[in-house]
Write a protein that binds this ligand. Structure first.
Ligand SMILES: Cc1cc2nc3c(=O)[nH]c(=O)nc-3n(C[C@H](O)[C@H](O)[C@H](O)COP(=O)(O)OP(=O)(O)OC[C@H]3O[C@@H](n4cnc5c(N)ncnc54)[C@H](O)[C@@H]3O)c2cc1C
Ligand code: FES
Length: 300
């Protein structure tokens, strides 16, 4: 047995505002940062391993789920799991330094002890997409949650039809996971990258994701709707344009999945910070089909 990480005390924890959350939500594991890689000036990839081997083997998650990462004495925050679900308790989190906890993380070295709680939330139902063509569309940091369903698809490549990734960033220096593009392409993936603004070394596409998407949607014509599922991750403004195009191309809203990363605090349905009406994005999300997301007032 390992020592449990002492739960970080937050005011909302004591006042449960949603009944029936499973006991497993309280799972908190001692973990260690085993490697840190700088991906861009603002984002780092943290490889994190649960310390206890049994817990590591038992820790299972689905693509699209998130964990709460705790730094004792500093706080905790939600982060999408960006690694393959096959790797159980060996997690990869890609984290942008924006505030208190993430700037602290930006300065830690490998070997640092952290707490991991979870996994939490709903997932991309890739297991229901077998036989379908898969469209993965990401803007900016949206590639982080999208990388986990991507690994699941790559690990089971023959169960899916064509796989397209359309990924856009503002500038070439902001592109994440550049070292993996060639590896992904080896799995017969059509990876298309675009930036809003190129630089002198950039020879790829310049323009919006929607321009590349338009070409892709035209490719299959009327057959597209019946055989395509889409996963869209990125800033809210992107959802509107991208999902509108997908719907106009005939893809049913129920086959379009989005991840809504609303401001969360406890991640466990207790603090009432993430709810939209009676829907808690930490419990009922973060992954929604677009039909459900559209029916959540102010969600996107
Ligand atoms: C389900 C989920 C998954 C996430 N996955 C990732 C991920 O994979 N990688 C990653 O880098 N970030 C992710 N985030 C965002 C991450 O949780 C926040 O960046 C983090 O909580 C910031 O903590 P902090 O203490 O460093 O910042 P704070 O000191 O709390 O705040 C600093 C600034 O960041 C803004 N901010 C803080 N939290 C959020 C938030 N949740 N959403 C939007 N703005 C916020 C604040 O408004 C403020 O301007 C995710 C959020 C959710 C809800
Ligand atoms: S209720 Fe606390 S984050 Fe959802």
């Amino acid at each position: 047995m390992t020592n449990r990480v002492t739960p970080y005390d937050t005011p909302g924890r004591h006042g449960r505002c949603r009944a029936g959350d499973p006991a497993s939500f309280e799972s908190s594991f001692q973990a260690e940062i085993t490697n840190i890689y700088s991906l861009t000036a603002r984002e780092k990839l943290y490889q994190i391993q649960l310390v206890d081997q049994e817990e590591r083997n038992r820790f299972m998650f689905r693509p699209g789920q998130f964990v709460m990462l705790e730094i004792p004495g500093i706080g905790e925050a939600p982060f999408s799991i960006s690694s393959s679900p096959l790797r159980h308790g060996n997690l990869e989190l890609c984290i942008r330094a924006v505030g208190n906890l993430t700037n602290f993380l930006d300065r830690v070295r490998r070997g640092c002890s952290v707490g991991i709680s979870g996994p939490f939330g709903t997932h991309f139902p890739v297991e229901n997409m077998h036989g379908q063509d898969i469209l993965l569309i990401a803007g900016g940091l949206g590639i982080v949650p999208l990388r986990s369903p991507l690994w699941e698809v790559l690990d089971n490549r023959n169960r899916y039809g064509t796989v397209d990734i359309i990924y856009g960033a503002k500038r070439p220096v902001e592109l994440l996971f550049t070292y993996q593009y060639e590896e992904w392409r080896q799995f017969d993936i059509n990876l298309q990258i675009t930036v809003d603004q190129g630089d002198k070394d950039w020879h790829g596409s310049v323009g919006l994701i929607t321009e590349i998407l338009k070409e892709r949607l035209n490719r299959d014509g009327d057959a597209l709707a019946a055989k395509t599922c889409a996963i869209v991750c990125g800033p809210p403004v992107m959802f509107h344009f991208v999902c509108d195009m997908l719907i106009k191309a005939g893809i049913p809203m129920q086959k379009i999945f989005v991840s809504l990363e609303r401001r969360m605090h406890c991640g466990r349905g207790k603090c009432c910070r993430c709810n939209i009406g009676s829907t808690y994005t930490c419990l009922d999300g973060p992954v929604f089909d677009y039909w459900s997301a559209m029916n959540l007032k102010e969600a996107i």
